[in-house]
Design a protein. Structure first.
Length: 275
C-alpha cells in the first residue's frame, strides 16, 4: 500500500513481543486495530532484538498484505549497502513478508549518508522496500540529507512528539512540510508506562467535556492539524479501542489555548529529544 502522505493513526510496537505472557493480548490488540481501520504498523529490528517484528508477523497472518503499510527500522551501524540488505532480509523473515512499505534509518550514525542512500536505493529498485526514510533527524540533519545526491527522495522523518516534547514544531515540521517529507510522531504519551506527561487540571477539563480520557486528548492533540502520523503503542484491546476513538476528537481553539497554557508552544530552538 502506498500513501501520498502519512497522517492519522498507526500502531507502534516498542516493547511489544518481549514478554511471552503478554503475547496473546498484544496480538489481539494489533488485530483489533487492523480490523477497525488502522493499517499502518511501525516496528524496528532494535525492538526486542527482532521480537517485536516476529510478533507483528504473527499478528498479520491471514490479512491482505496489500492493504497493510509496514514500517521497520535498521540500526545506524547497519547503514551500509551490504549491512542494510542483511538487516532487511532478517526483518522480512521475521515479519513473514517479501517487502516493506517503508524502511527507516533509526538514528544518525557514523556511516556516510551517501552510502546509506545508495543501499536504500538499491533495495527500492529491487522492490524489497517501497519507500525509505529516517528517524530522530533534526532540521540540520534533514538539510544535510537533502544536500546528498538522492537525499531529497526521503519519504518520512520520525521523531518524538507529544505535549511534553513540542520542539519539532519550532522549525522541523514546517521544513518537512515545505520539502514534502511526511512527519511521524512517536511516543504520543511519552515513555515508560504512558504516565510521564502530567495530567493537568486543564487536560482533565477538556477530557471531561469530550467524555474521554486525558490520554485520548493527548493523542488527539498530536493529530489535531492533520499533518502528523501518530503511532501509539497499545498492548491491550481496550487501549487500541481508545486510540481509535481519539481520531474523532476535534479540539476547539479555546481547548487548544487551555492545553497550550500548560504545555507552551516552543519559542526557540531546542535540542531534538529522543527516547
Amino acid at each position: 500500500m502506498d500513501f501520498e502522505k502519512l497522517t492519522g493513526l498507526g500502531i507502534g510496537t516498542w516493547n511489544i513481543g518481549e514478554d511471552p505472557k503478554k503475547k496473546k493480548d498484544e496480538i489481539a490488540a494489533i488485530r483489533y486495530g487492523l480490523d477497525n481501520g488502522v493499517n499502518i504498523i511501525d516496528t524496528a529490528e532494535m525492538y526486542g532484538e527482532g521480537k517485536s517484528e516476529k510478533l507483528v508477523g504473527e499478528a498479520i497472518k491471514g490479512y491482505d498484505r496489500s492493504k497493510l503499510f509496514l514500517i521497520s527500522k535498521f540500526y545506524p551501524y547497519h547503514a551500509t549497502p551490504e549491512l542494510e540488505r542483511q538487516s532487511l532480509e532478517a526483518s522480512l523473515d521475521r515479519l513473514g513478508t517479501d517487502y516493506l512499505d517503508l524502511y527507516l534509518l533509526h538514528w544518525r550514525g557514523n556511516h556516510r549518508l551517501s552510502d546509506t542512500i545508495r543501499g536504500l536505493e538499491a533495495l527500492q529498485k529491487e522492490g524489497l522496500i517501497h519507500h525509505w526514510g529516517v528517524s530522530n533527524f533534526d532540521t540540520s540533519d534533514m538539510e544535510e540529507l537533502f544536500s546528498v545526491p538522492g537525499g531529497d527522495k526521503c519519504f518520512v522523518n520520525e521523531d518524538l512528539y507529544n505535549l511534553n516534547e513540542r520542539g519539532t514544531e519550532f522549525d522541523l515540521q514546517d521544513w518537512q512540510e515545505k520539502h514534502g517529507v511526511s512527519f511521524i510522531g512517536y511516543s504520543p504519551f511519552n515513555s515508560g508506562k504512558g504516565d510521564t506527561i502530567r495530567v493537568t487540571r486543564n487536560l482533565k477539563i477538556v477530557a471531561r467535556d469530550h467524555g474521554v480520557t486525558p490520554h485520548q486528548i493527548m493523542l488527539a492533540w498530536t493529530m489535531r492539524n492533520g499533518n502528523v502520523l501518530a503511532i501509539p503503542k497499545a498492548a491491550k484491546v481496550k487501549h487500541m479501542k481508545e486510540n481509535i476513538e481519539a481520531q474523532d476528537i476535534k479540539l476547539t481553539e479555546d481547548e487548544l489555548r487551555l492545553i497550550n497554557s500548560d504545555f507552551p508552544v516552543p519559542t526557540e530552538k531546542t535540542p531534538l529529544a529522543v527516547i
